[in-house]
Design a protein around this ligand. Structure first.
Ligand SMILES: Cc1cc2nc3c(=O)[nH]c(=O)nc-3n(C[C@H](O)[C@H](O)[C@H](O)COP(=O)(O)OP(=O)(O)OC[C@H]3O[C@@H](n4cnc5c(N)ncnc54)[C@H](O)[C@@H]3O)c2cc1C
Length: 262
């Protein structure tokens, strides 16, 4: 029998307080924040679309952290509960105990606002990852589609795929200045969809001709766009088991959860 295309690996859930050691602006609207903590001696992140929950105190200062009790996640009584948002481990360096996260700087977001002003020594809570969805690396091709929020996952995947793997990426960004470059041994073809020019991810994806063979399609970004794109590729006859489509945010909704993670 053929090996499964993907495998779910569960991790013990851990919560930690992590400190900012670097805060950079890699493009005008993408902040790259590097966090450290001695507890990063252990940090499981096996897949490009893993996610952690970043806990931020809306009042400023260190957020309260939950503990895992007999009834699941328990918050300390009396302390204000921080807000939690999902983010992708863009990279992790076990030796240096450093976790890198890229934050899209959009209007009106608590986490986006925090990242825009993050400075050395600021601290957030980090929960997870609770699990990893590990996709095989030996299919004929990989298609990666998404907006800026998916760019950390897409960039990580591009960089981690083995040499000579065929990968086609289609990424929607606000404008040309938001494009990123990646170093990879894979055969990468990347198309940027520029919102400022009126281009849409859905139209661009519909114009795509998939490479021949058996390939995996990863889609992430705004929820309704991800759903529409999944339907499109299923309608085109692509095996639904070879598609993962996730809603990473939804217009007008804070801390959107499409249930992908649970
Ligand atoms: C599994 C997973 C991984 C993710 N990885 C990343 C990542 O690595 N980097 C990253 O930047 N985001 C990532 N996201 C998306 C991120 O969690 C959301 O964008 C989140 O809403 C941001 O929180 P916030 O506090 O800034 O905004 P919120 O307080 O949650 O939202 C406030 C308002 O902003 C809107 N909004 C939210 N996101 C955007 C956006 N990108 N553009 C425009 N408007 C928006 C909401 O609709 C709402 O109206 C990921 C999401 C998931 C589910």
């Amino acid at each position: 029998m053929d090996r499964p295309v993907a495998e779910r690996v569960r991790h013990e859930l851990k919560f930690r307080l992590a400190e900012v050691v670097r805060a950079e602006r890699i493009t005008p609207h993408m902040a790259r924040i590097t966090f450290t903590d001695p507890s990063f001696a252990e940090f499981p992140s096996l897949s490009y679309d893993d996610h952690v929950k970043i806990f931020i105190s809306p009042e400023g200062g260190d957020p309260a952290l939950p503990v895992l009790g007999p009834n699941g996640v328990e918050w300390p009584a009396g302390a204000p509960r921080p807000e939690g948002r999902d983010y992708t481990p863009r990279s992790f360096d076990k030796q240096k105990r450093e976790l890198v996260i890229d934050f899209v700087l959009h209007e009106g977001g608590l986490a986006a606002e925090w990242a825009a002003h993050a400075k050395l020594g600021d601290r957030v809570g980090i929960g997870g990852p609770r699990g990893s969805f590990v996709v095989r690396n030996d299919l004929d091709f990989y298609v990666l589609i998404g907006d800026e929020t998916a760019l950390p996952a897409i960039g990580r995947r591009i960089e981690e795929l083995p040499a000579r793997t065929k990968v086609e990426a289609l990424v929607e960004v606000a404008e040309a200045g938001e494009r990123q470059t990646f170093t990879t041994k894979a055969y990468l073809s990347i198309t940027w969809v520029d919102r400022s020019k009126g281009a849409s991810l859905i139209n661009a994806a519909k114009e795509m001709a998939l490479p021949p063979g058996r390939g995996y399609i990863f889609i992430a970004g705004e929820g309704s766009t991800s759903t529409a794109l999944r339907e499109h590729f299923v309608d085109q006859g692509h095996d639904p088991d070879l598609i993962k489509a996730a809603g990473y945010w939804r217009r007008g909704e804070a801390d959107f959860d499409d249930g992908h993670a649970h």
